[in-house]
Design a protein. Sequence first.
Length: 282
Amino acid sequence: MSEKLQKVLANAGVGSRREMEKWITGGRVSVNGQLATLGQRVEAEDKIRVDGKLLDIQTEKPICRVLMYNKPEGELCSRSDPQGRSTVFDRLPRIKQGRWIAVGRLDINTSGLLLFTNDGELANRLMHPSHEVEREYAVRVFGEVTDDMIRRLKTGVKLEDGDAKFTTIRRHPGDDESMNQWFNVTLSEGRNREVRRMWESQDVKVSRLIRVRYGDMELEKRLPQGAWVELQLKDVNALRKLAKLPPEKETLLAAEDKKRLDHVRISRMRRAVRKHQINKKQ
């Protein structure tokens, strides 16, 4: 039975469906020696190449896996950087089939929760605006924030790429007299630098931004910056349910990996992060 090429590539873990559509229109994908076209359908026996490399498209879909990563400031959400700067993919575990796909992006100056999966369809649905998956950020704002400003941000402000609004805005207690105030904000889309641009539309500046939740998945508070942990099956399936996908039945997690983050695991993670940082500088 034939399937759309971008869906086949996404299911194989090559990238999200949206990313695969760009690759196809960009001439990076061929089928049976011919440049592929967007919307083209393929069969199991077709020879699919990406950047000239033949893909081994398995008939069985790989087990859906999801990583939670605590991104530090200063890392790029790209697979490589010509200037040699650190990227969020540098320390992720090797994967036998497909590759890790970032669920959304965070700019270089934003830290916090970043999810990765080997399931392109899951990544696509969690990112797509039509699914309205809620994101929550902790944001430190420099400048006076009035009730009128908060009301405008919740009603909607005009940005260069369209209207935008926060679903909720919660001011942290005790910050009223300070020029640096912390808020928790939520929104159901993820445009480029959207949170920063919304606050800047009110003539205040974001001095720190941390993503703390994506959908129902909250950032593990004890997870060190620069470290990752693989999600248990129940958490993977919570994300799949949110994306309206059938549940995964298997996991590759070993028994010891299913335990909560204890002092030993956290210390091991911190040592690995420090070792990577030292090697990067050499």
